[in-house]
Design a protein. Structure first.
Lengths: 605, 127
């Protein structure tokens, strides 16, 4: 009963009820914090997005550029080799026909060739494998046919004024451009001359236009690819996919003949039905004889469809990656900010506790000094009183007012000195590092014991006690005497909180938390509650709302110190007029530093 | 029987004077000194029945005085006077051989009771 009475007496001096939320930063600081978190969030997001998106885009762009160039070069190379091959094919065809004509001219003399049926036989041989020639004629130096095989009636025609006639007579061999001639349809001829010694004659063949067209166009390039020939004046020598008739002028300049292969892009070419063609890519090579320009042309978009396709997918991939990065960044950053905020809150709480602990330590030191200093004058006061009493005993005072007053004053001096003594003792107890002793403890049984004692004390006040103790709490290791003081302080406060109420209830509950290996102890009352402005100060030493002389304001400060020392935390919630609830959280095992400090303390003893 | 001779050591002179008077009223012979050194000197000069020793003093404090006494073989029944805050030190003195301790401020009757108990013990030891 001894320590309980002492604690009870001490607790009677406590504020009626008290409280402090775990974290009670002022609202403007909270708003400032929130703003700074937002700023931090955006800074993180910006930085991360910048640091990851920028390289991604640069690398993506560079790879794409490289690939595009590579693919384009391959494409153009393919184009060039197509043109190169095809030029060779056409040149070989024309060269072959020319060579054949030359051979015939040299191996047949004029009489033999003009003999009935002879030219027809040659013509037949020419066209034996495939239709190559439209007609074949032998023309004398006067410009008239000596012999002719073909579908046209040209016997009466004189060619001596024709352009080609003059050219072949000059050069011996001539391959003409497309021309209308006497037959009034586009065709071209190959002519060779031969001299019998006195007379010069010409063997002239008209290349079958359709067959030549088939030969020229015998390259399939995609859906939109076309192959055609232009002469040096830019007239179509074959019809480009039926877009324009033979001998029409091409809508772009052919330029000067050159040896190699040239690439160019053709924009806005007129297409069928007046609609312009899509952008075309053209690859050109000049034939040697005749000076024709071979053009392989394809729609730009088709030629580079693969590249465009790849580009599109690259873009899709880049966008998807960017979106993923942005989403991931936002998600991760949000999570991080939540963690940081939690840490900050935790740090705030720790700081507050540290502040509280610092306050307690400072006050403790001060208290010890003050108590000591006051004790000496008190001791003297007491001896002075005793001396006076001794005197009075030896020389009794006469009955009367003075004696009455003397006796009353003597007893009042004693009462007040005792009061001072109690105060200094409380101060010293607060300041003193109480000796701790750790031992296994059944928390629930311990609480039941204490509650039973307090119930007896509070019997007259009409306060009911209820307990809800969690049987899951294992035996813990703690300091029973300190824990008892905590419990007594809280229960005494709870009883005092009902001051002026004829009834009330105090509820004491425990709950085990196996995950954190801690237990909580709640002491709730139905008393007066704590005003919000007091809530933050209830754990401060010397804070009391009780009448002067009734409290040192140390009970909750001591409680706070003990709970902290035992490795726990305490907080309070309160609603004025409804009641207050203190929640203490303590570990099953005391913190290592407490064990160490205890062993350090016990060693010199 | 000669009156019990008490040596009172406290730096608070008014306190020692008052206690001395109070003890004298109760039939004790009291010598009061105000420092540890003075106490040792007094003990060396003459024997005392009981020593009342305050712990908190400037210079040689109570516990140091007590140790010094033990070292010098000056054996006397000792009552330690202490503030509430230095009970640990008082207990240490008791462990070292002091008779008892008393917390200041105290009633004179308490002190008298302790002196009597110390005196009785001292007599038992040194008849």
């Amino acid at each position: 009963m001894g320590p309980i009475e002492a604690a009870g007496a001490q607790m009677a001096n406590e504020p009626p009820a008290a409280g402090r939320p775990e974290s009670n930063a002022p609202p403007d600081r909270v708003a400032e914090r929130r703003k700074s978190y937002k700023r931090l969030f955006w800074r993180f997001v910006r930085l991360t997005v910048l640091c990851s998106l920028l390289p991604l885009l640069v690398v993506g762009w560079a790879i794409n550029l490289h690939y595009t160039r590579f693919a384009r070069e391959r494409m153009l190379h393919f184009f060039q080799s197509q043109v190169e091959d095809h030029r060779r094919v056409i040149e070989r065809f024309l060269g072959e026909q020319t060579a054949k004509l030359k051979l015939i001219a040299r191996t047949h003399d004029l009489p033999r060739l003009t003999a009935p049926g002879a030219l027809a036989r040659v013509f037949e041989l020419f066209n034996q494998e495939e239709k190559t020639l439209t007609d074949l004629g032998v023309i004398g130096d006067d410009g008239f046919h000596r012999a002719y095989v073909g579908p046209y009636d040209l016997w009466s025609r004189n060619y001596s004024r024709e352009h080609w006639f003059r050219r072949v007579m000059e050069h011996g061999v001539y391959v003409s451009d497309m021309f209308m001639g006497f037959r009034r349809e586009p065709h071209f001829i190959i002519a060779v001359t031969h001299s019998d010694g006195e007379r010069v004659w010409i063997l002239r063949a008209t290349i079958h236009t359709e067959a030549f067209r088939a030969l020229v166009e015998n390259v399939r390039i995609g859906r939109t690819g076309t192959v055609y020939l232009l002469n040096a004046e830019g007239l179509y020598q074959t019809s480009p996919a039926g877009r324009a008739p033979i001998m029409e002028k091409a809508p772009y300049p052919v330029g000067e003949p050159h040896a190699g292969i040239r690439l160019r892009t053709l924009e806005e070419l007129p297409g069928p039905e007046g609609k312009p063609l899509a952008r075309q890519i053209a690859c050109e090579a000049w034939l040697k004889t005749p000076r024709w320009l071979l053009i392989v042309q394809q729609e730009y978009d088709e030629a580079f469809a693969d590249v465009n396709h790849a580009n599109r997918w690259t873009l899709v991939f880049l966008l998807a990656s960017a979106a993923t990065i942005v989403l991931a960044t936002v998600g991760i950053t949000r999570h991080m900010i939540v963690l940081i905020r939690r840490r900050d809150d935790e740090a705030d709480r720790l700081n507050e506790r540290l502040l509280q602990a610092g306050k307690l330590a400072a006050i403790g030191e001060l208290s010890a000094g003050v108590a000591h200093e006051i004790n000496n004058p008190l001791a003297i006061l007491l001896t002075e009183r005793q001396l006076l009493l001794d005197c009075a005993a030896r020389h009794p005072l006469p009955e009367g007012e003075f004696r009455e007053q003397f006796e009353e004053s003597m007893s009042q001096i004693d009462i007040q000195v005792q009061r001072c003594k109690r105060i200094t003792q409380n101060l010293l107890r607060f300041a003193r590092r109480t000796e701790s002793r750790l031992e296994p403890l059944d928390v629930n049984a311990f609480i039941r014991e204490v509650v039973e004692l307090m119930e007896r004390e509070a019997k007259t006040s009409g306060i009911r006690f209820t307990t809800a103790l969690d049987p899951a709490i294992p035996p813990v290791v703690s300091d029973p005497s300190q824990l008892q003081q905590v419990l007594l302080n809280l229960i005494t406060n709870a009883i005092d909180a009902h001051d002026g109420k004829p009834y009330g209830a105090i509820r004491i509950a425990t709950r085990a938390d196996a995950a954190s290996r801690r237990f909580t102890l709640k002491v709730a009352d139905t008393g007066a509650g704590i005003r919000p402005e007091h809530l933050a100060r209830v754990f401060d030493p010397f804070f009391t709302t009780k009448a002067v002389g009734k409290g040192t304001g140390l009970g909750l400060a001591i409680t706070f110190g003990i709970v902290q020392r035992l490795g726990g935390s305490i907080h309070v919630e309160s609603e004025p007029g409804k009641g207050t609830e203190f929640t203490i959280e303590l570990p099953w095992e005391p913190p290592e530093e407490l064990r160490q400090s205890l062993t350090a303390e016990s060693r010199p003893a | 029987m000669s009156p019990t001779h008490v040596l009172l050591v406290d730096d608070e002179e008014i306190f020692t004077r008052n206690i001395a008077k109070l003890l004298a009223h109760r039939g004790y012979r009291v010598t009061a000194v105000s420092s540890g050194d003075a106490a040792i000197r007094a003990l060396e000069e003459q024997p005392f029945d009981v020593l009342v020793l305050d712990l908190k003093m400037p210079g040689l404090d109570g516990i140091a005085t007590f140790r010094e006494m033990l070292k010098l073989g000056l054996s006397v029944e000792t009552i330690i006077l202490t503030g509430h805050g230095s009970i640990d030190t008082a207990l240490e003195a008791v462990k070292l051989g002091a008779h008892d301790y008393l917390t200041k401020p105290c009633e004179i009757e308490e002190l008298v009771a302790k002196i009597e108990s110390a005196r009785g013990k001292g007599r038992g030891k040194r008849p």
